[in-house]
Design a protein around this ligand. Structure first.
Ligand SMILES: Cc1ncc(COP(=O)(O)O)c(C=O)c1O
Length: 381
């Protein structure tokens, strides 16, 4: 009997090694990794620059009370690329969301408006801690206690309802620009445009959760750019630490001015090792943006139309390397298992959806091969 409390449904073999976009499992076979540990291994496995960064001695841990140059360097890099003013580091995505919610709260408090409503969206996912769950719709059935704030869940993409509800009062709003756990769902363009207009008109705060969509996944460093969103706070995590736990909260000045020392903190967030790897990730992601945009065009012009010719497929949604293939029947788990036998690791969600989060270094030929295999397996059902 296993001593480990297993809360997922793992693949049946253990991982032995990884290189490039491939993992080797204990059955001796090589597998193309098309979901990268749920979007973490942006640079694939054992990227030479990550190995190089790991090969020099470093202080294993420096507490938040000790300064070191990497904190400022990585914060400055992120702020420069994204045009934010301040950066705070956390250990994970859900912790970045907790910090973001607290920062927004302090900002509301400064404006004496903590009784205002908070808007989140149906089908959203922002993490598993209690604060994050309070603004997460996907696990609302789990019956965990929620923060004692007035959260209103609006349908994602319903522009008219958004406008109506904002007029009735909104302190701040939190959204994923592309809903990942919901199956790579974008709202209509008009929704994002209206949101930005309303934000200017009514002055509510905006947290954009880019934990899955950020760091080059869509072909932009931040997906917010694609949709013209102008967040006050952006959360990042997943691949930021190159495989070491790391999250970041990017903050605009007007919010940062409301936060004072002691309002938030962390022991391990932004540790030396994670930040050293983050420097590598940030540089490489910038270099890969054009490549991801080319793959986005390949998907749009060639691969998605090929998939859509398959009568078993209902639809394909994608932005860059953020890809969902929705089946007409609830067979996504079976498709995932057959692909596994054939040497491809994909993620199945919500019974009908195959989600792909390939490493940003995947080549044109590899993406073509992967999509062709997936298409063939789905066709056989
Ligand atoms: C959009 C989004 N927000 C938050 C999280 C939570 O991140 P973590 O698992 O690092 O806590 C995730 C994780 O999948 C996510 O996709």
């Amino acid at each position: 009997m296993s001593s480990f409390l297993q809360l997922f449904h793992p693949f049946p073999f253990k991982v032995i090694d990884g290189h490039d976009i491939y993992l080797q499992l204990e059955d001796g076979k090589k597998y193309m990794d098309l979901f990268t540990g749920l979007g973490v291994n942006l640079l694939g496995h054992n990227h030479p620059d990550i190995i190089e960064a790991l090969s020099h001695p470093f202080p294993m841990h420096l507490c938040a009370l000790l300064e070191h140059s990497l904190k400022e360097e990585v914060a400055r890099d992120l702020a420069r690329i994204t045009k934010f003013d301040k950066v705070f580091f956390s250990n994970s995505g859900t912790e970045a969301i907790e910090g973001a919610l607290k920062f927004m709260w302090k900002w509301l408090e400064k404006r004496s408006s903590t009784n205002e409503r908070v808007f989140a969206f149906r089908d959203s996912f922002h993490g598993r801690t209690l604060g994050s769950l309070s603004v997460t719709d996907l696990f609302s059935h789990q019956n965990f206690p929620r923060l004692n704030i007035d959260v209103v869940f609006l349908p994602f993409g319903d522009t008219q309802m958004l406008a109506q509800e904002v007029e009735r009062g909104c302190g701040f709003m939190i959204l994923e620009p592309v809903q990942g756990a919901a199956g790579v769902k974008c709202a209509p363009d008009d929704f994002y445009r209206t949101l930005t207009r309303l934000q200017k008109e009514f002055g509510f705060g905006l947290i954009v959760d880019e934990i899955q969509s950020g760091l080059g996944r869509t072909g932009e460093f931040l997906a917010s750019t694609l949709f013209g969103l102008e967040p006050d706070i952006v959360t990042l995590a997943k691949g930021l630490g190159g495989g070491i736990p790391l999250g970041a909260i990017l903050i605009k000045e007007r919010i940062a001015n409301a936060i004072k020392p002691g309002d938030h903190g962390t022991t391990m967030g932004g540790n030396y090792l994670a930040l050293r790897l983050a420097k590598v990730v940030i540089k490489q992601v910038q270099n890969l943006l054009d490549h991801v945009r080319n793959l986005d065009m390949l998907m749009k012009d060639i691969l998605a139309p090929q998939l859509l010719n398959n009568e078993k497929i209902r639809t394909v949604r994608h932005k860059g390397l953020f890809i969902a293939i929705e089946l007409k029947v609830e067979k996504a788990d079976e498709v995932k298992e057959i692909l596994f036998e054939k040497g491809y690791l994909v993620n199945s969600i919500r019974r009908k959806i195959i989600r792909l989060l390939p490493p940003l270094i995947i080549t044109i030929d590899e993406l073509r091969e992967a999509v062709q295999q997936i298409n063939e397996v789905i066709e056989e059902f």
